[in-house]
Design a protein around this ligand. Structure first.
Ligand code: FMN
Length: 140
């Protein structure tokens, strides 16, 4: 079975000059187009400071997409939180679903994190996936 899921977090590069809705729309447009072509599904969560993203699909395509995403200067300091073979997708409805900051409530952050601040660098794969799954249910 070569279906895999990769979860990573990264820091937005231009944190102080409002990384605004146009930049997010542009990322999502490209992501949806490319991901559909390569049968990749997933979720992207953004809170002005950090990205938390899950991408799932064939090992080959996920690896290629991750390499491509890592070359993007709009973010940096990426850390892979989890990479695993899976038997089913968690985000099959989304070529790239987007979770806006307003959905990431303090309750949810506390449920999956150490404090009530969104600090994805301090999350492990299981809690990051748990949080993304909980967030997914809000946009379905
Ligand atoms: C946080 C973040 C997440 C991204 N996610 C994806 C993605 O899931 N799929 C994708 O193809 N590109 C994604 N991109 C965009 C890629 O970095 C890159 O710009 C794009 O794949 C280039 O595609 P193009 O050659 O068709 O323009 C993401 C970029 C950022 C900053």
């Amino acid at each position: 079975m070569y279906l895999v899921r990769l979860i990573y977090t990264s820091r937005v590069t231009r944190e102080n000059d409002a990384f605004g809705p146009e930049e997010i729309s542009s990322i999502l447009e490209t992501s949806k187009r490319n991901n559909q072509k390569h049968h990749i599904t997933g979720l992207l969560c953004f809170n002005r400071k950090y990205f938390l993203q899950s991408i799932e699909g064939s090992r080959h395509e996920v690896n290629k997409a991750y390499e491509r995403i890592m070359r993007d200067s709009r973010h940096h300091d990426a850390v892979i939180l989890g990479y695993e073979e899976i038997s089913e997708r968690a985000f099959s409805n989304w070529h790239m679903g987007f979770i806006p900051e307003s959905s990431v409530t303090k309750e949810l952050i506390t449920q999956f994190g150490l404090t009530d601040e969104f600090e994805p660098y301090k999350m492990n794969a299981e809690s990051a996936l748990g949080m993304l799954k909980a967030l997914k249910s809000l946009i379905e």
